[in-house]
Design a protein around this ligand. Structure first.
Ligand SMILES: Nc1ncnc2c1ncn2[C@@H]1O[C@H](COP(=O)(O)OP(=O)(O)O)[C@@H](O)[C@H]1O
Ligand SMILES: [Mg+2]
Length: 272
């Protein structure tokens, strides 16, 4: 690629390389007859500077995969790396620091602190870490998310979409290596959801961030660069440059395969 092409696509300058990696990632809940194999020997590479979506029927292991990649949950077998750091085997204290310093999170319920205003919520993780946000970057994030005139508002004074934009700014402020978003549009109406997806897309394209988003919505997945399809704890397919229509068609095939056995779950029924 020519230097000028890279200049016109700042996200590409940082693209390539692996932000997170799993090999043989296995997670079982419970034991004996009631054991549930939530992840069954998953191998995955999350490419830096890209927007990756994780889709699959409810109960297919999407949230578990995200939690294990983010060091929020222990694994039963296999290995997980964040960048060059193997996180499997780290002690809880080291994991806490790694999550705090290197990962940003967005959840379906925005997880804002009700007594803090928007700006205080945005800088909270860095305040806790005793780090000072890069002022220029913080300004860029606040303006990109259109939050400039909402900074003094508390969450209860903000709409759902604005609250999720605050959560998005909070995830971006420390310039984490990786942002994990679990159903970030799950509680938003479709217009506001689109807005938040646009900001995540912009975070990747304009700010060079790496985003992994769990969703059950084909329209949301269509904003990503690559969709990983999970079924029964395994990655069964992937789709580059997805469209909502193609993703929906792919999701329907889970029903066709699983439906007659009576085990089929409605992919539109939402994540668990
Ligand atoms: N804490 C838990 N204890 C027991 N089983 C769990 C727990 N969390 C998830 N599971 C089970 O693991 C499987 C995958 O769950 P999850 O990752 O939440 O799926 P998804 O996010 O795709 O809906 C499901 O069968 C679920 O019931
Ligand atoms: Mg889930």
């Amino acid at each position: 690629m020519s230097a000028s092409a890279a200049q016109h696509a700042p996200g590409l300058a940082r693209a390539g390389g692996i932000a997170a990696r799993a090999r043989g990632l296995t997670k079982a809940y419970g034991s004996g007859e009631t054991a549930v194999l939530a992840l069954d020997s998953v191998d995955v590479d999350i490419v830096r500077g890209r927007f990756t979506a994780v889709m699959g029927p409810s109960g297919s292991g999407k949230s578990t995969l995200m939690h294990c990649l983010a060091g929020l949950d222990t694994v039963s077998a296999g290995r997980v790396w964040l960048g060059d750091t193997e996180i499997t085997g780290l002690r809880e204290r080291e994991l806490t620091r790694l999550r705090r310093d290197r990962i940003g999170f967005m959840f379906q319920s925005f997880n804002l602190v009700p007594t803090l205003n928007a700006l205080e919520n945005i800088t909270l993780p860095m305040d806790i870490a005793g780090r000072k946000p890069d002022g220029e970057w913080l300004d860029q994030v606040i303006d990109a998310l259109g939050l400039r005139d909402r900074l003094a508002h508390r969450p209860s004074q903000l709409s759902g979409g604005q609250q999720q934009r605050v959560a998005c700014a909070r995830a971006l402020t420390s310039r984490p290596e990786l942002i994990f978003a679990d159903e970030p549009t799950g509680n938003l109406d479709s217009r506001t959801g689109l807005e938040v997806l646009g900001f995540l897309r912009q975070a990747v394209d304009a700010l060079g961030q790496t985003v992994v988003m769990v969703t059950h919505d084909p329209g949301a997945a269509a904003h990503s660069d690559l969709v990983l399809f999970l079924a029964d704890g395994r990655i069964v397919d992937e789709m580059a440059r997805p469209t909502a229509k193609a993703v929906l068609e792919r999701m329907k095939r889970f029903d066709v395969i699983r439906g007659p056995s009576g085990e089929g779950r409605d992919p539109a029924a939402g994540g668990g």
